[in-house]
Design a protein around this ligand. Sequence first.
Ligand code: NAP
Ligand code: ZN
Length: 342
Amino acid sequence: MKAIAIYEHGGPEVLRYVDLPEPEISEEEVLVRLRASALNHMDIFVRRGWRGLKLSFPHIPGADGAGVVEEVGASVEGVERGDPVVLNPGLNCGRCEFCLRGDDSLCVRYGILGEHANGTYAELVRVPGRNVLPMKKGFSFGEAAAIPLVFMTAWRMLVTRAKVQPGEDVLVLGAGGGVASAAIQIAALLGARVLATSSSEEKLKKAQEIGADIVINYREQPFEKVVWERTGKRGVDVVVETVGEATWKKSLRSLAKGGRLVTCGATTGPMGETDIRLVFWRQLRIIGSTMGTRAGLEEVLDLAWSHRLSPSIHAVLPLEKARDAQMIMESGEHFGKIVLQP
Ligand SMILES: NC(=O)c1ccc[n+]([C@@H]2O[C@H](COP(=O)([O-])OP(=O)(O)OC[C@H]3O[C@@H](n4cnc5c(N)ncnc54)[C@H](OP(=O)(O)O)[C@@H]3O)[C@@H](O)[C@H]2O)c1
Ligand SMILES: [Zn+2]
């Protein structure tokens, strides 16, 4: 099969378009012929590598995908050859204490497709039978592939962890990001007033189109000052953080008394500065969140199938252009998701 694989860590040049053997499935797995996959910032971190990350090369990146079931393992139920499906990128054991209480992404053996197993930058991928979900008719594979990882992550951040309420002020940083653009839509759906920051007027306009009420160009103004003014010197109830080091201190300053900062990422670096006095005096909560659950994914898919959530798609490229696709993401010119088609 054709696939994009890496044989070492490095820049975009290590992504190679190659022929690899077709994956063989166990009786608990299914083989999916991918019709689309979608990029996540994680793919770039995996490509670059980090201390402690051990991949077996060649490694195929990619967490998100949608396609048609090609082969079904003997013990998999409810999935048929020929079914159009979208993949759950979260790999969990289903047996540990966290899985049993329904917290899939706290699983002691948690993994993500494209990091802990070969991923979706390929014509075929093998996944556990429980990781495929039916696609609704009328949706393109590209749209379906652009949903799972970022929407299930944003859903857990806002709904499960930060418990956003109608009427609250929610600040989403870096609206052009995949998780951020999903978070804007979910916050609006929950009835919050959404403030969003981004790096250009064009992106701010798009942020408004998907649900942001107040937009701030973080390149032109200190966003925390604008937040302070626009909330009548109160601050916001919730900050959705994916940016990390570059914004952390300002994110904490943007919170109202009793506010919550929910974080899932650190694109600009992991060492944020925390003024502890601010945390105790304003009685803030800093909440971590990672990925989501199968149930959460089902909720966001249902909302997508009924057109209440819809992924922002920046570009669709052929699979062999994965290098260009990752370069677009690294340069930060995208708004939303970048899709690859084998
Ligand atoms: N823990 C988890 O489960 C989980 C899940 C998904 C993602 N993540 C992490 O979350 C982060 C975002 O992922 P993604 O796929 O959404 O990435 P992405 O699509 O590449 O988005 C990154 C966005 O960050 C914004 N940004 C970058 N530098 C900034 C700065 N100095 N100030 C303000 N905003 C800045 C940009 O927003 P503008 O374009 O608006 O300027 C950019 O588009 C990554 O670090 C990823 O690893 C974690
Ligand atoms: Zn588990």
